[in-house]
Design a protein around this ligand. Structure first.
Ligand SMILES: Nc1ncnc2c1ncn2[C@@H]1O[C@H](COP(=O)(O)OP(=O)(O)OP(=O)(O)O)[C@@H](O)[C@H]1O
Ligand SMILES: [Mg+2]
Length: 282
C-alpha cells in the first residue's frame, strides 16, 4: 500500500477516518534524507511520543491504538511493530504551537536582528541559548511548502479567535513546562518544542508526535553553554561527522559509515533511557 503522505521521516496511511503514522528509520539533516537507515530509530521516536502522551492523558489526544496486532490488515504485521500508531484523523489547526524556554534557532536570529522574539521586544544583552525568564509561546503558520511562517500571538488570535487561541497557548505552555521540569532532572534541557492540535467532535485534540527529538530541540545539559548553539542531543554525532568531512550541505548527502550509524543509534537509545527514567519518576 502506498502512503497517503510521505514526510521526511514518517509515512502516513489513510484508513477510513483514521491515519496510521509510521516512523521509518530514515534520518535527515539540513533537509536532506540520507541513504542509510538507522535501524531502530523509528521505534524509539514512536515509543518516546507514546510515553509523553501517557503523561498528558488529561489532554484529549488522537491516539486510537498503539499495539500493532490490533491495527487493521495489512498493518498488523511485524513491519509496523513499535514504530506506528493508529490515530483519529482530526481537522488540523494549521499552526505550529511552538514553546521556547531558551533563545535559539529562528528566535535567536530574530532577536539578533530586531531585538524581538515573536514580535515582542526583549531586554538587551540576551546571549544565544540563554534561558528565558519564562517559557514563551511563539506560533508559526503551517505551510504546505514546508517553510513555516512565524507570527505573533496577536496575529494568531486574530485568525482563530480568542477562545481557541488561549486554549492552544495554555495547553502548549503546560505541556512544555511540565516536560522541561521532568527532563532537567536527568540532565536533558528542553530548549524548544512544537505541538500540533486538531479538532475532533468539536473538541481541541493533541495530534502528531509529542515531545520527540524530531519535534523538539533537546540539549545535553553537560554540553550547554551560553553564546553558542549547543548541538541537539540526537543530531550531535551526525552533525560532527558531517563537519569532519566538510560536506557542503547540498544534495546528494554523503554516505554514513557503519561506525557512525552505530553511534547515532546509541545516542537515541540513551535519550530514550533518560526520558523513560524522568517520566516514570513521580
Ligand atoms: N490526528 C491527525 N489528524 C490529522 N492530521 C494529522 C494528525 N496527526 C498528524 N497529522 C499530520 O500528519 C502529517 C505528518 O507528517 P510528517 O510530520 O511526517 O511530515 P511533515 O511535517 O510534512 O514534514 P517533516 O518530515 O519535516 O516533519 C503532518 O502534516 C501532521 O500535521
Ligand atoms: Mg512534521
Amino acid at each position: 500500500m502506498e502512503p497517503f503522505y510521505r514526510g521526511k521521516v514518517r509515512d502516513i496511511y489513510k484508513i477510513g477516518n483514521t491515519l496510521l503514522l509510521c516512523n521509518s528509520d530514515r534520518i535527515s539533516a539540513f533537509d536532506c534524507i540520507f541513504k542509510e537507515e538507522i535501524s531502530g530509530k523509528g521505534a524509539i521516536l514512536n515509543r518516546i511520543s507514546n510515553l509523553w502522551f501517557s503523561v498528558f492523558s488529561h489532554i484529549p489526544n488522537h491516539l486510537l491504538e498503539t499495539e500493532y496486532q490490533n491495527f487493521p490488515t495489512p498493518f498488523n504485521s511485524e513491519e509496523y511493530r513499535d514504530r506506528s500508531v493508529l490515530v483519529r484523523q482530526c481537522q488540523r489547526i494549521d499552526f505550529e504551537c511552538v514553546v521556547r524556554g531558551y533563545v535559539s534557532g529562528s528566535a535567536w536570529k530574530e532577536y539578533k536582528t530586531h531585538g524581538t522574539i515573536a514580535g515582542v521586544s526583549y531586554r538587551q544583552g540576551l546571549k544565544e541559548s540563554e534561558k528565558l525568564p519564562e517559557p514563551i509561546f511563539t506560533p508559526a503558520v503551517k505551510n504546505d511548502t514546508g517553510h513555516d511562517e512565524n507570527i505573533s500571538e496577536a496575529e494568531m488570535e486574530k485568525r482563530i479567535g480568542r477562545e481557541l487561541f488561549l486554549k492552544l497557548k495554555n495547553y502548549s505552555l503546560e505541556l512544555y513546562s511540565t516536560a522541561a521540569l521532568k527532563t532537567e532532572k536527568v540532565g536533558i534541557l528542553l530548549c524548544d518544542t512544537k505541538f500540533e492540535f486538531g479538532i475532533l467532535d468539536g473538541e481541541v485534540t493533541l495530534i502528531d508526535e509529542l515531545l520527540t527529538p524530531d519535534s523538539s530541540r533537546y540539549w545535553d545539559a553537560s554540553e550547554y553553554k551560553l553564546g553558542i548553539s549547543p548541538p541537539s542531543y540526537d543530531k550531535q554525532i551526525l552533525r560532527n561527522y558531517l563537519e569532519s568531512i566538510n560536506w557542503n550541505k547540498e544534495p546528494p548527502p554523503p554516505s554514513l559509515p557503519i561506525s557512525i550509524q552505530n553511534e547515532i543509534i546509541q545516542k537515541y537509545k540513551e535519550i530514550e533511557e533518560k526520558l523513560n527514567l524522568c517520566i516514570s519518576e513521580k
